[in-house]
Ligand binder design. Structure first.
Ligand code: FUL
Length: 476
């Protein structure tokens, strides 16, 4: 049964997806025995004795993440090598057998507490692929083991905002391929942390399809349900060894949700994108990459493309052997945070007058500039095109325009244009765009100075909504 475009426009996020989308930008921390071996993937034979950070301070990670503008942190509690950063009762391959903090440390706890102290959400990465655990490959036994570990993390460390599942999978010591019991994993997470999204190999958040930080030009949050199933199936086929940037999931096609795709689908789901990449070439720290830390310029570009491309941005920050973020990374991240705050902290449209060509009662144009995220403009039913005129008393100079849809009403806008108007009301085009979704940052090639701005919704799937029209001048 074909699905109509109107039905597609009425698919909405779950509460947990909507809350997650608001975070926009959060960090990944990749840290384990690999850090001390200069490796990207461990093979499980590492000795816990190797895990010996000399000056580990999770509060430094959290402080830098907060200063960079992040709203949360996801920690690799266990990577493919199987070493646990918490004292799991189900294995001795953990911090408990390491010299760090005399074997009494719990890095999951330290990180969760530091996040709380700095006002950040906390998330967990738990690799299903475990190259150390003997029961791996003995499917039922390992699934019990994995669920037990998952339960320790879900019940012992307060609120978790994201459970990030990588689907890498291999054979166990018995020569058999492990069959993951995804449904049981998901059910365990829902039971203990109903507010957490399950990301990548999970039903709530979709991997963008690359690890370089690229975002599609039109990133749809409503996509065919088959894509969500594929995330699991295809992810399981990865066996590549020690690939820093192994590609896993075949969802890198450019068009996941246009009308043409929707018309072919049997089922549609709200499945929004997360863009992940590392501040360095690798996911783990390597001293040899100290000169390859991404600059604040490059990070700002990635941030604006991802967050401003209807995605959340997950940026990896790998601590070094001291257990600290390296000075290089810290200074680029602080500069990134400054730019985000200085650019997006000052909305020139705040309080500007707005006239909409069409609106529903109580959803008038001015609600796009009232600074209240709970209110929104909405065109009358049946209107799929609209014009919003924004007007100031004095001229303003700007080079960024932010549009946000009220996604609780669905993702509806398919094409829009922006013009500046002269004093006679003649418009000149300064931007053309496609999807909006949670957030679209329009980056103008050069600054514009104008007293009147026009947003033209050219095509929508249903009467369009806008929660915000923001206007900003980027800082250097
Ligand atoms: C990949 C892993 O194999 C990498 O080591 C890293 O954790 C990345 C985020 O996901 O699939």
């Amino acid at each position: 049964m074909a699905i109509s475009i109107r039905e597609a426009a009425q698919i909405v996020p779950s509460d947990r997806q909507a809350a997650w989308q608001e975070l926009e930008f959060y960090g990944f921390i990749h840290f384990t025995v690999n850090t001390f071996r200069d490796r990207e993937w461990g093979d499980g034979s590492e000795s816990p004795a190797e895990f010996a950070p000399s000056a580990l301070d999770a509060r430094q990670w959290a402080e830098v993440a907060r200063d960079a503008g992040m709203k949360g942190v996801i920690l690799t509690c266990k990577h493919h090598d199987g070493f646990c950063l918490w004292p799991s009762a189900y294995t001795d391959h953990s911090v408990q057998s390491s010299p760090w903090r005399g074997g009494r440390g719990d890095l999951v706890r330290e990180t969760a507490e530091a996040c709380r102290e700095y006002g950040l959400k906390f998330g967990i990465y738990l690799s299903p692929w475990d190259r150390h655990e003997r029961s791996y490959g003995d499917s039922d036994a390992y699934n019990d083991f994995f669920v037990n570990q998952l339960q320790e993390l879900l019940t012992g460390y307060g609120e978790i905002f994201s459970v990030w599942f990588d689907g890498a999978c291999g054979e166990g010591p018995n020569g058999k391929k492990q069959v993951y019991d995804w449904d049981r994993y998901y059910e365990t997470i829902r039971r203990h942390q109903p507010g957490a999204v399950i990301s990548v190999c999970g039903p709530d958040v979709r991997w963008c399809g690359n690890e370089a930080g690229h975002t599609r030009t039109a990133e749809w949050s409503v996509v065919p349900g088959s894509l969500r199933d594929n995330e699991k199936i295809q992810a399981e086929s990865q066996t590549e060894d020690d690939g820093t940037f192994a590609s896993r999931i075949n969802s890198d096609e450019d068009d996941l949700g246009s009308r043409a795709v929707i018309e072919q689908a049997n089922e549609l789901v709200w499945y929004p994108a997360e863009v992940n990449t590392s501040i360095r070439p690798g996911w783990f720290y390597h001293a040899s990459e100290d000169e390859q830390v991404k600059s604040a310029d490059a990070l700002m570009d990635l941030y604006e493309r991802a967050v401003g491309g209807n995605s959340c941005f997950l940026l990896n920050l790998p601590p070094d052997r001291r257990g600290l973020l390296h000075e290089r990374d810290v200074s680029e991240l602080r500069e990134l945070g400054r730019r985000i705050r200085e650019t997006y902290g000052n909305d020139l449209a705040a309080g500007a007058s707005v006239t909409a060509s069409t609106f529903r009662p109580e959803h008038e144009g001015r609600q796009t500039t009232d600074g209240d995220p709970q209110t929104w403009w909405e065109a009358e039913e049946g209107a799929e095109q609209a014009i919003l005129d924004i007007e100031w008393k004095q001229e303003q100079t700007f080079d960024r325009i932010v549009l946000t849809e009220q996604i609780l009403r669905g993702q509806r806008i398919e094409a829009f244009e922006i013009e500046v108007l002269d004093e006679n009301g003649n418009g000149s085009n300064i931007h053309r765009g496609t999807v909006v979704g949670h957030k679209c940052i329009c980056r103008l090639e050069s600054s514009q100075t104008a007293r009147r701005l026009r947003v033209i919704i050219v095509q929508s799937r249903l009467n369009p909504t806008l929660r915000q029209v923001g206007v900003y001048q980027s800082c250097r």
